[in-house]
Design a protein around this ligand. Structure first.
Ligand code: ATP
Length: 913
């Protein structure tokens, strides 16, 4: 682009300007010098009109064509011309005046010598600033009108030449401007803009054609899910991608344009710098020319001076003939002196001019150096600019070319895809027709579907109603059968319990502890029958004693196994029976372990409550059950409320004042439990209160009876029937014969109390067995409290705990004898005679000792069968906080027993479904 650019030289165009810029002032001396020729006024005055008559038109013409710089130049020229004209006029006037003065002087002197002297004076070197005459130019005194005209003509010619040069320069400037890099940049910019427009047009046409293609494809395929629409979508995506690329390229193009503009601005700046440099160059050149001319003038002056110096002054010896002549000579001499002075001044001036010349030459050298530097910089900048523009040009061309190539390839791919889509469209049209038919068919079916659905729903409803009624009747029948079977099961269960006896006796042998194993007393004196789990053999004093009970648990029996055997009793409580489970045995035989257990292996108490929860949950929602819990302790015949706020407070057992004849314990706390967590909290509270009431809990617990009383009240929401059962879980005090060991003080009192209560228990059982009219429940707090659980149709289980150690054999024998007596009594009444026979045969066995009835701790007397009807399970009210336990009166119990005898089945009427 800049290869065509030329470094243009304005040359020496403004010659006239240079002339005026020399600033040659026409001072008085120069005027004198000019006036020496004595020219006509009119010849000089004619110059301006002749020389500049054409100037305005030329100026107007140039103004249109030239640049502001050139206009400024022309304006300057015009000003200078006007100034020159004015000066010419003033010089003309001055010269005319001088001429008149000289003529007058010549007339007065009438001598030629004066004229010659004047001529010499005028020929002398000009003073500072005086216009120089060219060599060979006639002196002013010899200038005539033709010469003046010639001078004017020459000046006019010079002006014309200058104007022509100015025109040429203007044209040259225009031409150069057109060839300059800036014009190339503009052209390039225009080309880029045109190219950009063309690309946009092409892109637009591509988009239009694609849209038309897509529209055509969309028209031919109205199905939304056919492959054509998917292809069309993919094509649209590609088109949008290309659009994005096109936009990116447009942005890139815009950036390039911006860069181009910046470069153009830079180029313009450089051009301005170039112009200024050129102007400086011109100034320097002008100054050089002026200096050159000055040096020429100096040289001429020097030659003239040398010539004058070499020429001896013409001393004209004039004879003094007259006073006038002498006077004139004197004047001439004085003039000569003045001229000599002027010569001195001129020489001084010459030296100054020489100094100026040297300075000008130095300045000139500096300016030349500066010009060289400027030119170097300009060339370097121009080179950089050209290289940069070249790079930009190449980059732009490359980008455009790449974009074109990509766009073409992408367009080609699009067209190919479009062709494929069209082919697919053509092939899919039959399938579309088929689908349309199917669609119409389905549409009809869908329109008919609600009617069909209604019809089908109606039919289905009828069928469902029919089936439901059938199922309902079947369910009714099944429910009826189920209830009948349940009643039968309960009857069977009760009969089984009755056959087994209402008083059952189990024996559990605790294991030998680790400490006991290490001692010499580790040998066990008990053995078991592998074929019969109701037989226990005991070796005592060399004799083998055999005890038959309902069940014997060996030492390895787990808590779960024990509970399996007692859980039927627990569940009968839900059916409204009163149940009493005792743990009986000497201290340390495992009573507490069996009833309470340990934390990770609970005993009967906790398992019973969990089973009750599980059972009542199963019976919901037909039955609504409430389970309440109380804990009491009987120590030294004193009743204590273990769940109350004041466990040391003594409770009493009283007759209910409502006249129902039942007993109750005023102040006894009952907690309603709803979850196993409640049970744990109740047990914790009971233990805490029991520990609070004594100093040594272990010792205390073996000296007191602990009772957990659980009341289960049921309400059948369907029938309105109610049931109430009570489960008494009793951990009795140790049964060892302390009275015989000679204990004293508090231990003796404790032993007496324990003995009393256990004896009372035996007495009660004996009275019940003998069907005495009076059963001595009131003989102890224990029997009094358990009155309703020991009489009537209540079920009793006695768990006899036995220690296996030889040292405990005596106590073990006592406990087992008591247990066997109780059981044999029961069996004699409740079961067949064969059992009694078995018992007698066992007792008379030659290899076994006969059972010895030892008393106390318990007087093991034969007990009668204790059967009661369900009438005994009357409802008693229970409250959450201290309430009363209602009990049936003794008379009521007697009545119940009489009723029981008439009914062989236990609890027949006491169960409600
Ligand atoms: N079946 C058993 N399995 C394991 N350990 C047992 C068993 N029976 C009892 N024991 C342990 O024997 C020890 C005494 O048992 P426990 O306290 O229950 O006797 P106890 O008859 O309640 O005594 P006390 O009349 O003094 O309260 C305890 O350490 C207990 O853990």
């Amino acid at each position: 682009m800049f290869g065509t650019r030329k470094t243009w030289d304005l040359g020496h165009a403004p010659c006239l300007q240079e002339l005026w810029k020399k600033d040659i002032s026409l001072d008085a001396s120069s005027v004198d010098f000019l006036m020496s020729d004595g020219e006509d006024e009119g010849s000089f005055l004619a110059l301006p009109t002749a020389a500049f008559s054409q100037r305005p038109s030329l100026t107007a013409e140039l103004t249109e064509k030239t640049t502001p710089t050139q206009q400024l130049l022309i304006q300057t020229l015009q000003d200078k011309v006007c100034e020159f004209q004015a000066r010419l006029r003033s010089e003309e006037v001055t010269r005319h005046l001088l001429l008149q003065q000289l003529q007058r002087q010549n007339v007065q002197d009438k001598t030629c010598s004066g004229v010659e002297a004047l001529q010499e004076e005028l020929l002398s070197p000009p003073r500072n600033g005086v216009r120089l005459l060219q060599p060979g130019e006639p002196s002013l005194d010899r200038l005539s009108c033709p010469e003046e005209e010639q001078l004017v003509t020459r000046l006019r010619t010079q002006v014309e030449e200058l104007e022509e040069k100015l025109l040429d320069q203007t044209q040259e400037v225009e031409r150069l401007r057109s060839e300059l890099g800036a014009t190339d940049l503009e052209k390039q910019l225009e080309l880029l803009v045109v190219e950009n427009e063309r690309l946009k047009q092409e892109l637009k046409s591509c988009k239009t054609s694609e849209l038309q293609s897509l529209d055509a494809a969309a028209e031919t395929c109205s199905c939304n899910h056919c492959p054509h629409s998917q292809n069309a979508e993919s094509l649209q995506r590609e088109v949008s991608r290309w659009e994005n690329q096109a936009r990116q390229r447009e942005r890139r193009l815009a950036e390039l344009e911006r860069e181009l503009l910046e470069k153009t601005a830079k180029v313009e700046t450089l051009h301005r710098q170039l112009d200024e440099s050129t102007r400086c160059l011109d100034d320097s050149r002008r100054k050089l020319d002026a200096e050159h001319k000055l040096s020429l003038r100096l040289h001429e002056c020097e030659e003239e001076l040398a010539r004058q110096a070499s020429t001896p002054p013409r001393v004209k010896t004039v004879e003094v003939e007259s006073a006038d002549s002498q006077k004139a000579v004197a004047e001439m001499q004085s003039k000569n002196a003045i001229l000599q002075e002027q010569l001195t001044v001129q020489r001084q001036l010459l030296r100054e001019l020489e100094t100026q010349l040297h300075e000008s030459q130095r300045t000139c050298a500096q300016l030349r150096t500066q010009i060289l530097v400027y030119e170097g910089e300009m060339e370097r900048a121009q080179g950089q600019l050209e290289a940069e523009m070249q790079n930009l040009e190449e980059e732009k061309n490359r980008v455009i070319e790449e974009a074109f190539i990509r766009a073409e390839s992408e367009m080609k791919a699009v067209h190919e895809n479009l062709a494929g889509v069209r082919m697919n469209l053509l092939s899919l049209q039959p399938a579309l027709r088929t689908l349309t038919c199917d669609y119409n068919c389905l549409k009809r079916q869908v329109q008919e579907f609600p009617f069909m659905l209604d019809k089908a729903i109606t039919e289905a409803k009828q069928e469902i109603c029919q089936v439901i009624s059938e199922v309902s009747s079947t369910n009714q029948e099944l429910l009826r059968k189920y209830k009948r079977e349940m009643n039968l099961r309960k009857k069977c269960h009760n009969e089984l319990v009755r056959l087994k006896g209402n008083i059952r006796v189990f024996c559990r042998v605790r294991p030998v502890s680790q400490e006991e194993q290490d001692s010499a007393d580790a040998k066990t004196m008990l053995s078991f029958d592998s074929d019969d789990d109701a037989i226990l053999y005991l070796s005592n004093k060399g004799k083998i004693m055999t005890f038959e009970l309902d069940k014997v648990f060996p030492p390895h029996a787990t808590q779960e196994e024990v509970f399996q055997e007692v859980q039927s009793l627990v569940t009968s409580c839900i059916d409204g029976f009163n149940v009493c489970i005792f743990a009986y045995g000497q201290t340390g035989s495992g009573k507490t372990y069996t009833m309470e257990g340990v934390a990770d292996d609970p005993g009967i108490n906790q398992r019973a409550l969990r089973l009750l929860f599980s059972e009542v949950t199963d019976k919901a929602p037909d039955w609504d059950y409430k389970i309440t819990v109380s804990m009491v302790e009987i120590y030294n015949e004193t009743l204590r409320n273990l769940l109350g706020d004041t466990p040391t407070e003594k409770l009493d057992i009283k007759m209910n004042p409502d006249g129902s004849g039942q007993l109750y314990v005023p102040g006894l706390t009952e907690f309603t439990v709803q979850s196993p967590e409640d049970i744990n909290r109740v047990f914790e509270l009971g233990h805490m209160n029991r520990a609070t009431a004594c100093t040594n809990l272990n010792e205390h617990s073996s000296r007191s009876h602990a009772l957990l009383i659980i009341t289960v009240c049921g309400f059948n929401t369907a029938t309105g029937n109610r049931t109430q059962g009570k489960l008494n879980l009793v951990d009795l005090a140790g049964s060892e014969r302390i009275g015989k060991s000679g204990a004293e003080g508090s231990r003796l009192r404790e032993a007496q109390c324990i003995n009393k209560s256990l004896s009372a228990l035996g007495d009660v059982i004996n009275a019940l067995r003998s069907k005495h009219a009076h059963v001595p429940f009131r003989n102890s707090r224990l029997t009094y409290l358990l009155q309703d659980s020991l009489s009537g149709d209540s079920k009793t289980l006695m768990m006899v705990q036995v220690s296996p150690l030889p040292s405990n054999m005596s106590e073990s024998v006592c406990s087992l004898k008591f247990a066997q007596r109780v059981r044999s009594v029961e069996l004699s009444s409740a079961s067949s005679s064969s059992r009694r026979h078995e018992n007698s045969s066992t007792s008379s066995s030659p290899t076994h000792d006969s059972v010895e009835l030892d008393s106390p701790p318990v007087t093991p007397v034969p007990l009668p069968i204790s059967r009661a009807s369900s009438a005994g399970s009357t409802l008693s009210s229970a409250s959450r906080t201290p309430s009363s336990s209602r009990r049936r009166s003794q008379s009521q119990l007697s009545t119940d027993r009489q009723v029981d005898r008439a009914s062989p089945l236990v609890g027949d009427g006491g169960q409600d479904d």
